[in-house]
Design a protein around this ligand. Structure first.
Ligand code: RAM
Length: 875
């Protein structure tokens, strides 16, 4: 008898140390089932009984509240059209510590003066202790900085860059580890290394340090249960000792390790730490706030994959250049020849001399416009032992190439590994087709997402590593097909929400390290940090996409207050600010025209003068987003049962739409500014009335043709470009753009060797010179067209979670076959097609609990229930 599978707790599998008292449970129905009529959940000491309900996604657990550290093991069985199922395999969740369970004190290293940022030593902490045998042991740890924990000389767990990046002033994640197997009866030692990390290291576009404080610190609690039922709790306090470590680390600058100073055995019993200092207990301020300690709703960061170099070139200068063949986020693990001092410079491109070039990765100081260092340099000094291995675990870099200086011998591929580091997200979506370059483009978009999913969604893994809101807003629909990004996004949205300003303004990146570091900056610089349309709208659009993909209503409910405050802020800005060149008495619609303030606009269109762009009038973009967010918020308010708000925001949306139409649609129906992006947004957001859709689409095609059939959009409109063409009868033009291989185009990137998506259309120009970041996922959102149009798997807004979805493949561009799979919350959806002998053959799989409307290219179709369906038509 078959049973439910894929048991999940919130958006995680078997989470340890959760913060939610009553999580929601999900499962996939047994294979072959059509619908569920009832379920039955049981835990060790509770039983729901049979519940007549068809829900199997995010079903609230209503059993007894588990105590701190208590594990709840659960199983589910269901009644479907196949009858009563067997019990599922057991799954579990385990609660973490509550605020009141913390008895530990924060401890700081003994650091007289705070050294200069960028190369500050990490610190070690240790404590010996003696305990009887434990039958179970849990370690709860967090830090101000990045920590690694050790027990008896062994590294605890396999997580990286813990505790991760959050808005530390309000949210700090605690990791829970099962350390039963590392503990012994008798003498034990617990230790930790702590480096600057995001807390006080350099972060963001301006590489500012000390954003959250200028002291690193450690907090941990070890809970042991012994055979006789008694417990021991060991906490960080003044009995711990500390000393500077043999390495310095910074997330932007890199890590430097002097193995001559290493202290073998420092985290094992018997180590003589008499020369170490007493740890300093921290009090006051953040140290007193235990309420901000919580578990992450997202999966952790891990070492996900290791790459063997495709080549190691020896340069005449003596440098060696390692090529991983793939642009990654992570680090290089390298064998250190005895006696050598290696300097490792990480980059994404090679200069004409064959060496790594990093010029294009240097940011600028926003105030002085002075270039900043590109960072990403690691160093290791051999300790003189054979078989020394270096792996900088307190930093990561965005790179494909590493220039290695100082090696006395040639490195071989066996000496070096590229370690790929990112959030351990569950892969949910795949696509392949008959065209190799399109497949490589898809792969590059997947890699750009992986490289920018390092605990937060970043813009790029090198120059800024910042959680730019606009970037995630525009990519989340694509990412949500490729990976389960529910918990990952919720984590980030919480950081965005807690840093919302009193007037509802949102920072343009989250978490916001800003705080005290940026307050001295002049207003025109600070403006670029917060309040941009198309960026702050992530507060509405990201939760909406999560709701659509994962059918998670709580996401809408949780973030609705943030959305409302943002939209109110935008409306207020529209009402009170004007673009400076407007001096005539305002027309009535201008109250809803959002043309004042700083906006990033349609950032990174081809051939734009950046300085002029920064001060241009972006009212057409901002007002479009005011309409979009207000109308979504109106729908969200209806969905969450806030009817008065639904009406209020519905009215605001209508007013913003009217303002947009009055201002940007001319009498002849043409749009201003006459850019591709304007038409794309007009079609995607419904800004033009129904009767103007066809001419708007035709004008868009004209603009594309005028550009020699080239893309002309930047950040915000690119994801919608091919979909709106397909939806308005210009599928052929969509495919022409997809297959265009002269610049600007996606395939230019592939032909010029991109393994990740570039920030600029001409990221590597025709002369082979790199410009700006070569690893920004934004323009890669085009692959969503492959999922939703080429393979044709489309979610429907009236049936969140793909409960009812469309399969409407739109072949073109000479493709002879394409296939996509997507693991929805109900189970796997597939669409695969092949053109053979003049016929189009389609195979579709619908998961249990879902239905699909299938439409073939000739327009005929059918409604499909769970199972596999085949059909064909003429082409
Ligand atoms: C760039 C970032 C990011 C973008 C902002 C506006 O510096 O890399 O991608 O969102 O600017």
């Amino acid at each position: 008898m078959t049973a439910p599978t894929h048991l999940r707790v919130e958006h995680l599998e078997n989470p340890l140390g959760t913060s939610l008292a009553r999580p929601r449970l999900s499962w996939w129905l047994p294979a072959g089932a059509t619908t569920q009529s009832a379920y039955h959940v049981r835990t060790g000491d509770w039983d729901s009984g049979r519940v007549d309900d068809d829900q199997h996604v995010l079903v609230r657990y209503t059993g007894p509240l588990p105590g701190s550290g208590e594990r709840v093991t659960w199983q589910v069985k269901v009644w479907t059209d196949l009858g009563e199922s067997a019990w599922s395999e057991p799954a579990f969740w385990e609660s973490g510590l509550g605020t009141e369970d913390w008895t530990a004190s924060w401890i700081e290293p003994s650091e007289q003066d705070v050294p200069e940022p960028g190369s500050r030593p990490a610190h070690l902490f240790r404590r010996d202790f003696t305990v009887p045998r434990a039958v179970s042991a849990r370690l709860y740890v967090t830090a101000h900085g990045i920590y690694e924990a050790f027990l008896n000389g062994e590294r605890v767990g396999d997580l990286e860059l813990t505790p991760g990046f959050t808005a530390y002033r309000d949210v700090l994640h605690v990791q829970t580890y099962d350390v039963t197997d590392l503990l012994r009866a008798g003498e034990n030692t617990i230790g930790a290394t702590v480096s600057d990390g995001w807390f006080r290291g350099r972060t963001g576009a301006m590489r500012l340090a000390d954003s959250f404080g200028n002291r690193t610190a450690l907090l941990c609690q070890l809970h042991l249960r012994h055979e006789d039922g008694s417990t021991t709790v060991l906490v960080t306090d003044a009995t711990w000792t500390t000393t500077p470590a043999w390495f310095t680390a910074d997330l932007m600058d890199g890590q430097t390790v002097d193995l001559r100073q290493a202290m073998p055995g420092w985290s094992a019993p018997g180590y003589a730490d008499a020369s170490w200092s007493k740890a300093v207990t921290g009090t006051g301020g953040l140290y007193d706030d235990f309420a901000r300690l919580t578990a992450s709703p997202a999966p952790p960061v891990r070492n996900i994959e290791e790459l063997t170099p495709v080549s190691i070139a020896q340069l005449p200068s003596g440098r060696q250049v390692v090529d991983l063949g793939q642009n990654i986020n992570g680090r290089l693990r390298v064998r250190v020849p005895s006696g050598d001092h290696l300097v490792l410079t990480h980059g994404e491109a090679l200069g004409p001399d064959g060496n790594v070039t990093v010029e294009h990765l240097r940011g600028v100081d926003w105030q002085t416009r002075e270039p900043l260092s590109a960072g990403q340099v690691d160093q290791v000094i051999s300790g003189g032992q054979a078989d020394e291995v270096f792996e900088p675990r307190h930093t990561t870099h965005g790179f494909r190439y590493v220039s290695v200086e100082g090696a006395s011998q040639p490195l071989t591929a066996g000496d070096v590994r590229g370690v790929v580091v990112h959030t351990d997200l569950r892969r949910t979506g795949w696509f392949r087709c008959s065209d190799d370059r399109v497949n490589r483009l898809h792969e590059a978009a997947v890699w750009s997402f992986r490289d920018n999913a390092c605990d937060i969604p970043t813009d790029c893994p090198q120059r800024e590593r910042a959680g730019w809101t606009g970037d995630w807003m525009l990519y989340v629909p694509t990412a949500a097909f490729l990976y389960d990004v529910a918990g990952f996004s919720v984590k980030w949205l919480r950081d965005l929400a807690v840093d919302q300003w009193d007037d509802g303004c949102l920072t343009n990146f989250a978490p916001d390290p800003g705080g005290r570091q940026v307050q001295h900056l002049p207003a025109e610089i600070l403006d670029q940090f917060a309040g941009s349309s198309g960026w702050g709208d992530a507060s509405v659009i990201v939760p909406w996409e999560l709701y659509l993909t994962y059918a998670d209503l709580d996401v809408l409910a949780e973030f609705r207050p943030m959305m409302a405050r943002w939209v109110d802020f935008a409306a207020e800005r529209a009402r009170t600010r004007r673009y400076p060149s407007r001096t005539a008495a305002p027309a009535p619609h201008e109250e809803f025209l959002w043309d004042g303030g700083f906006h990033w606009g349609e950032w990174c269109e081809p051939d734009v003068d950046e300085e002029a762009f920064r001060t241009a009038d972006h009212g057409a973009v901002a007002t479009a987003y005011l309409y979009r967010s207000a109308s979504l918020l109106s729908r969200i308010s209806t969905t969450t049962g806030h009817q008065p708000d639904a009406e209020r925001y519905g009215q605001l949306a209508a007013n913003a739409l009217d303002a947009w139409r009055t201002e940007f649609i001319a009498d002849d129906g043409s749009l201003t500014p006459a850019a591709q992006a304007t038409s794309v947004r007009a079609l995607a957001f419904g800004l033009v009335p129904e009767e103007l859709r066809a001419v708007t689409a035709d004008r868009l095609v004209t603009l594309i043709r005028d550009a020699g059939t080239h893309v002309g959009t930047g950040f915000l409109a690119t994801p919608y470009l091919l979909p709106v063409l397909a939806d308005t009868g210009h599928l052929d033009v969509a495919y022409e753009l997809l297959f265009q291989d002269t610049s600007p185009s996606w395939l230019t990137m592939i032909d010029r060797g991109a393994t990740t998506i570039w920030e600029l259309w001409d990221g590597i120009d025709e002369h082979g010179t790199p410009h700006a970041s070569l690893n920004h996922y934004s323009k890669g959102a085009v692959v969503s067209f492959l999922h939703r149009h080429t393979a044709g798997i489309q979610l429907r807004e009236d049936a969140p979670g793909y409960r009812h979805f469309e399969v409407r493949p739109e072949p073109g561009g000479g493709l002879t076959w394409a296939e996509a799979e997507f693991d929805s919350v109900h189970g796997r959806i597939t669409s695969s097609w092949r053109i053979e002998g003049g016929r189009f053959h389609l195979t579709v799989t619908v998961p249990p609990g879902a239905t699909a409307t299938v439409t073939l290219p000739d327009g005929h179709g059918f409604t499909a229930g769970p199972g596999t369906h085949v059909d064909s038509c003429e082409v």
